[in-house]
Design a protein around this ligand. Structure first.
Ligand SMILES: [Zn+2]
Ligand SMILES: [Zn+2]
Length: 362
């Protein structure tokens, strides 16, 4: 990314932060959190701390970085190196990303491409371009099907948290991540001191990873007297409910158990939940490569991930696009472009500039 593209993005982000500083959401006890940011074209700056939201906002506006992060952990001394910070506990956090959910549409919209000769094709990516032998890259996008799948897995997770872990619904906060999924923050004191192993068990449970083989589940179901079947809890309750809803079919119990698991499990990213020293995108801040906002989701049914998180200005900018396959943002398609000058709204231009597929035209 050249200097004029960097300057353009920084000023677009600054305009957003200047006008919408009240949209940035800080967790409790801001003074015990670690903050970090990534400047446009730079590398991560971590171990920052702020005494108040006002102090943090002033720095965000001043830097107008590509990404802003905050720890879910609280520390005695958040600005010291990790081993010296003094960990005091951390909220339980989950990340659900459409990339990790196998949707049938991915075959159509995820591509490999050659930046040199503009050849492209469906994944899996050949290491070298079949036409010009240059190295190739992957191009991932999302569509409404992918985003709906991520929302569905998010609702499955809140179901597990409420029904199986006894979390009160109002202690769960949902956010659109600003890219391809959702972040789920759980403000329930019972989890604050949980270590990595305990968090890994929770992630494994909601992913259905700790269940016995479907063959074993089928033989348990077969042996269970029907009068006991209403007393099941947790996963067994879900599986029995699914199996009884499919009674008119001739499928085996093993097949029904397998279907019940795949339609109930929530594919959270276990590595995110397990890491107790992580910094997460701060609520109300912009994603560095999409320009979309990490947006609080009050009502999942009415939240539209295609348009609600698109907050950058629609004023146009001239780009010299080297090459870019078709992508969607703000509910409409853009591209494909190849070696052309394009006049694009700012919210779409970021997608090309951040991927290094074009520059602001001079
Ligand atoms: Zn090529
Ligand atoms: Zn899709």
């Amino acid at each position: 990314m050249n200097e004029s593209s960097k300057a353009f993005l920084k000023s677009a982000y600054r305009e957003y932060y200047f006008k919408h500083s009240d949209a940035v959401g800080f967790p409790e006890e801001i003074g015990s959190r670690e903050f970090g940011y990534i400047p446009f074209g730079g590398t991560m700056v971590r171990h920052l701390s702020f005494k108040s939201p006002g102090e943090a906002i002033a720095e965000v506006v001043r830097q107008s970085p590509s990404s802003v992060y905050c720890s879910n952990a609280r520390y005695e001394s958040p600005s010291l190196p990790i081993e010296e910070k003094g960990w005091k506990g951390a909220e339980l956090i989950f990340d659900i990303d459409a990339t990790d959910i196998q949707t049938p549409c991915k075959k159509g919209h995820d591509l490999w491409f050659c930046a040199k000769c503009h050849a492209e094709g469906r994944l899996p990516r050949p290491r070298n371009c079949p036409k010009c032998h240059s190295s190739t890259e992957e191009f991932h996008t999302t569509c409404s099907v992918c985003l709906a799948a991520a929302k569905d897995h998010t609702l499955r997770l809140t179901g597990f948290l409420v029904d199986d872990f006894g979390v009160q619904a109002e202690m769960i906060k949902l956010y659109f991540s600003g890219n391809r999924g959702y972040h789920i923050h759980v403000f329930d004191d019972r989890f604050y001191l949980l270590n990595q192993a305990g968090r890994a068990e929770i992630a494994d449970y909601v992913r259905g990873g700790s269940l016995p083989a479907t063959q074993t589940i089928a033989s348990i179901l077969k042996r269970r007297p029907s009068e006991e079947q209403n007393t099941s809890l947790g996963w067994m309750k879900r599986i029995e409910f699914y199996a009884s809803s499919q009674r008119q079919r001739t499928a085996t119990l093993q097949k029904l158990a397998s279907e019940a698991i795949s339609s109930s499990r929530s594919l959270v990213d276990a590595s995110v939940t397990t890491d107790v020293h992580r910094v997460f995108r701060l609520a109300g801040t912009l994603h560095g490569t999409t320009g979309m906002c990490k947006t609080p989701v009050e009502s999942p049914s009415s939240f539209n991930p295609d348009t609600d998180p698109v907050v950058l200005s629609s004023s146009t900018v001239e780009l010299q696009v080297d090459y870019c396959p078709e992508f969607r943002i703000g509910g409409r398609p853009f591209g494909p472009y190849a070696a052309s000058r394009e006049s694009l709204p700012t919210y779409a231009a970021i997608q090309i500039l951040a991927r290094g597929m074009g520059e602001v035209a001079r």
